[in-house]
Design a protein around this ligand. Structure first.
Ligand code: AMP
Length: 389
């Protein structure tokens, strides 16, 4: 039995898998989330796909305690008690980790050195590894990286135009959402047949958002950069931004680096543009013109990045939407694809409205698909592979 943890600042998502026989994809048998940490903590658990129940957590429940309770619950369930390994989603593997890795003290120290590259996520990911280690020092733990899928990007799409001395210190494009892209890539042959190996652009549109261009199911170009701030407009992050804006905020508005980082990660994007919300459902339901403007801006930037990715690939053979917004929001998809009609992309309005798997119009030759992402299964599969080795 493999436990997969995805630990954030106020929540810990988990999923429990039984490994498939002879290398088959592991199957998800339970899962849940501890959320509202630390002030309003609740642990919701699920066996199979139904049967949800809530387990109260004590007041001021911090992340290590929540993880301890998750481990207790898993081990208390007779069918899950044979827990043999834990897999973690870790956002940044730097330039070093292009594969999942078994974590020991030395590896943990290396992963610490990437905290400044992903200050919003990496500290919580690593705290979760430590929390499991304190609860059970013997259980093997594996880190699976959101950057790893992009290790195949060529220099043209990896390097950034900065001085050589900066590049020597690791300033380059790493890219993120790699676990999601790896899942989508694994589904593409079934979804697209031969075209799967061609020029495919995948748009991961969630609270964090990016696009990835693939050929031969490998990453060629992605919109996120050294950090997860680059590229598309996101819920609370600006995406690509004139760096002069950051200089202005520091020199003229007097923001300290820490304040600037907080503003860039938490106050920009859809929230900054609308002044109302980072949640696309709230923006769609509102009649405030600022909300419509924020959505329009989001779609324009997404279309621009898809087009830029098509340039990197030399064309586009298929477009795939995934993640919360990509899988569930017909108006956002239609606003993006409308802007890409000149590339030959066209949606069928009824299929789009129904969130169908196949979305392209019958008179269009370029497939447009929804593939529901599943980062946890990618992590469980990687852990199962490592255990077999
Ligand atoms: P994720 O980060 O993948 O969990 O996606 C979160 C984003 O998906 C939020 O902005 C949500 O508003 C958006 N989302 C989830 N469900 C829907 C829906 N039915 N319609 C529009 N947006 C949605």
């Amino acid at each position: 039995v493999i436990l997969v943890l995805n630990a954030g600042s106020s929540s810990v998502k988990f999923a429990v898998f039984e490994p498939g026989a002879d290398g088959a994809v592991p199957s998800r048998v339970a899962g849940g989330i501890a959320e509202g940490l630390p002030d309003r903590p609740v642990l919701s658990v699920r066996r199979g796909s139904v049967d949800t129940r809530s387990i109260p957590l004590g007041e001021n429940c911090v992340q290590p305690e929540a993880i301890g309770r998750i481990l207790d619950w898993v081990r208390g369930e007779p069918a899950l008690a044979a827990l043999s390994a834990v897999g973690h989603r870790v956002v940044h593997g730097g330039g070093e980790f292009g594969e999942p890795v078994r974590v020991d003290d030395r590896i943990l120290e290396r992963l610490e050195s990437f905290v400044s590259l992903a200050p919003l996520h990496q500290p919580h990911n690593l705290a979760a590894i430590r929390a499991v280690g304190s609860a059970d020092a013997a259980i093997p733990q594996f880190a699976c990286f959101d950057t790893a899928f992009h290790a195949t990007m060529p220099a043209l799409h990896r390097e950034l135009p900065v001085p050589a001395a900066w590049r020597a210190r690791g300033v380059r494009r790493y890219g993120f959402h790699g676990l999601s892209y790896e899942w989508v890539a694994s589904r593409l042959p079934d979804e697209l047949g031969e075209k799967a190996h061609g020029r495919v652009v995948v748009a991961h549109l969630g609270n964090g958002a990016s696009v990835c261009g693939m050929t031969q199911l490998r990453s060629v170009r992605t919109s996120m950069g050294m950090t997860a701030l680059d590229g598309l407009v996101m819920g609370t992050r600006p995406g690509a931004l004139d760096v002069g804006v950051a200089l202005f905020a520091m020199e003229t508005m007097g923001l300290q680096p820490r304040e600037l980082a907080r503003a860039l990660y938490n106050d920009c994007g859809l929230l900054g543009l609308s002044g109302v919300s980072n949640d696309v459902r709230t923006l769609l339901a509102s009649d405030d013109p600022r909300c419509a403007f924020a959505l329009d801006f989001f779609c324009e930037r997404a279309a621009q990045e898809i087009a830029a990715t098509a340039v990197a690939l030399g064309g586009i053979d298929a477009l795939v939407f995934t993640a919360g917004i990509g899988e569930n929001s017909p108006p956002v998809r239609s606003s993006i694809v409308r802007r890409l009609a000149w590339l030959g992309l066209k949606l069928d309005p009824d299929r789009n409205a129904a969130n169908s798997r196949e979305l392209q119009a019958s008179d269009s030759t370029i497939p447009i698909r929804i593939v529901a992402t599943d980062e946890e299964t990618v992590i469980a599969s990687a852990v199962a592979r490592q255990l077999r080795r």
